[in-house]
Ligand binder design. Structure first.
Ligand code: SF4
Ligand code: SF4
Ligand code: SF4
Length: 576
């Protein structure tokens, strides 16, 4: 440890630590537009400059290490003027449409301008007319609002290892774009939305379907049905200024009814169903010498990733549809038959933490007779906006239960929202299916937590099972390379596109609290700990669904409704 002085106070730091990290620990807020925790500093935006005694120039705190006896000043007139100048220059050619921007109220640039007291456009730079990229069903790019901070590029390349976007051009012509500067829809983008989460402005956002959903809610001819994903109930509250991790499950159901949805279903129910189908598929593959390791299929960003980058491993992917699509298929088959409604008159909406689900529901194989199983996907953020539009305050409502027949879930289905949750739920049920007994302790600690790679090697009744859990596609790529190279001690791999899983999905609230994802994770585990029903196979509504409609896991009806196939995709040449 070394000692240094910050704004006249003596503080301790680790030798070699970056100044910014010390300042944050000391509770000093230094703004930055380009820095990303966990990645090496890029030093691109220079917003984080401070004065270091003895240095003639201002020092970028993100990329300069501390040293013994260093004297740092964080808010001198020179520092503040430098930060103001940077923001004024960024605003010189920035659009003036804050009022109409998706990020109004959540924009780092807007907040900095406000914090630094910038009230007018001081410099005027020539505006380049840049077309919005509306080609993707999931992500919208508005290059006019881009400040070239590079966060999206780093997220896409260094964390997700997709590299769908990069800097193009030089000097005043520099911009962010795809290979050949085409639309995102023809790039290798997997629609994960992680770039949206790190973008400090409104240059990136999800494709919004709020108007279409409102139109459906106002159509008397339509029955409008909604499902909500496991992680949404522990993050939606943040859109109402409440702390991360507050579970508003029952209030959210009540709020969805207030909006006018005819039925409210819980996607955790079909997560339980996924465990029944996927668990049976795993046991079948193990017993019959099928392709192993089997890989989960519930995360649509991951599916497009493997279709694009590792098509030779597609036989390893479970044929199960994602929980969203399983429930979508049941809504337009079993539920439609039960209610006597033509599936074409049902509008099926899902509330997801996810932008990639917007792409998934539009895949041609997710429609039967040209009727999509899920019509519209709204992210958690969009649901927040929709509720604000309708003046519904989630926090003010009395909790209400979801509707039958897809409303009751086990907590095994609920923990699907976090990395490791699918595997934990699967092992709980696999143990029961193989031994006829429940696990002594349903909590499987090695699979928990936000680590990007976790492994577990166990034996169930003589059956050896090697399991791996990865989240974030960069971590997935490392494990897939090992499998391609011949690693053969794994039978089952869970892969989630987003680092940490859906609790950190690309459609979740943009929360500045660095502990928000951890808080959402804890909330899911608390729900599990306190739940009366903790295994998918013991969900009575799942048992009933098999008895009355589906028959058995992997049976003919299940195969038709709940399973799918995948498509090899080309990598755009420049990224090849
Ligand atoms: S959505 Fe994901 S894959 Fe697509 S550009 Fe953004 S970070 Fe990259
Ligand atoms: S799109 Fe957003 S994250 Fe990407 S460089 Fe521009 S401002 Fe930064
Ligand atoms: S991890 Fe969850 S939020 Fe992220 S792409 Fe997969 S399903 Fe969507």
């Amino acid at each position: 440890m070394i000692t240094l002085t910050v704004d006249g106070r003596t503080v301790e730091a680790k030798n070699g630590e970056m100044i910014l990290s010390v300042l944050r620990r000391e509770g000093i807020h230094v703004p930055t537009l380009c820095h990303m925790d966990g990645l090496p500093p890029s030093g691109a935006c220079r917003m984080c400059v401070v004065e270091v005694e003895g240095s003639p120039t201002l020092t970028p705190s993100c990329s300069f290490p501390v040293s013994e006896g260093m004297k740092i000043k964080t808010a001198t007139p020179r520092v503040l003027e430098a930060r103001r100048t940077i923001v004024k220059l960024l605003l010189a050619n920035h659009p003036d449409d804050c009022l109409y921007c998706n990020s109004n109220g959540h924009c780092d640039l807007q907040k900095l301008a406000q914090d630094l007291g910038i009230r007018e456009r001081v410099y005027r730079g020539p505006r380049r007319v840049q077309e919005m990229d509306m080609s993707s069903p999931a992500i919208v790019r508005d290059p006019g609002k881009c400040i070239l901070c590079g966060r999206c590029v780093r997220m896409c390349e260094e964390i997700q290892s997709v590299a769908a976007i990069d800097f193009i051009g030089r000097g005043s012509r520099a911009k962010i774009g795809t290979a050949f500067d085409g639309g995102l829809n023809v790039s290798s983008c997997v629609n994960c939305g992680q770039c949206i989460n790190v973008c400090p402005t409104g240059a990136l956002s999800e494709r919004c379907y709020i108007d279409e959903v409102i139109q459906a809610l106002n159509d008397p001819e339509k029955m409008v049905v909604v499902q909500h994903a496991p992680s949404v109930s522990v993050s939606l509250a943040e859109e109402f200024g409440l702390p991360a991790g507050k579970d508003v499950d029952g209030q959210m159901v009540a709020a969805l009814r207030r909006l006018g949805f005819d039925r409210v279903f819980d996607t955790s129910f079909s997560a339980d169903l996924t465990i029944m189908e996927e668990g049976s598929e795993l046991v079948h593959r193990v017993k019959t010498g099928g392709t192993l390791p089997m890989m989960t299929s519930c995360s649509p960003g991951w599916i497009k990733f493997i279709e694009t980058f590792y098509p030779q491993l597609l036989p390893n992917v479970s044929t199960c549809k994602s929980p969203q699509q399983m429930l979508g298929a049941l809504i337009k088959s079993f539920f439609a038959e039960r209610e006597g409604v033509d599936p074409a008159n049902i509008v099926s909406v899902s509330i997801m933490p996810c932008t990639a689900k917007k792409f998934e529901c539009a895949r041609p194989e997710m429609a039967r007779n040209h009727v999509p199983d899920v019509d519209y996907v709204l992210t958690t953020r969009e649901l927040g906006r929709l509720l604000h539009q309708f003046g519904v305050d989630v926090n003010a409502l009395e909790p209400s239960p979801a509707d039958t027949p897809f409303g009751e879930r086990s907590s095994a289905g609920k923990i699907f929202g976090a990395t490791g949750g699918v595997m934990e739920a699967a092992i709980r049920s696999a143990h029961y299916l193989i031994t006829g007994k429940e696990l002594d302790d349903l909590k499987i600690q090695p699979l928990r937590g936000l680590k990007g790679c976790k492994e577990l090697h166990i034996e169930i009744d003589g059956l050896k099972l090697g399991a791996a859990v990865v989240s974030g596609l960069g971590n997935a790529r490392k494990l897939l390379d090992e499998v391609v190279a011949g690693r053969n001690d794994l039978q089952f791999i869970e892969i989630m596109t987003c680092p940490g899983g859906c609790i950190n999905g690309g459609g979740q609230p943009k929360n500045v609290d660095p502990e928000a994802v951890q808080a959402r994770l804890k909330a899911l585990y608390k729900i599990d700990r306190d739940a009366p029903l903790r295994t998918s196979h013991s969900n009575p509504w799942i048992q009933r669904l098999y008895k009355e409609y589906l028959g058995e896991p992997l049976g003919e009806k299940s195969h038709h409704l709940l399973h799918t196939h995948y498509t090899m995709r080309n990598i755009p040449m420049a990224q090849g």
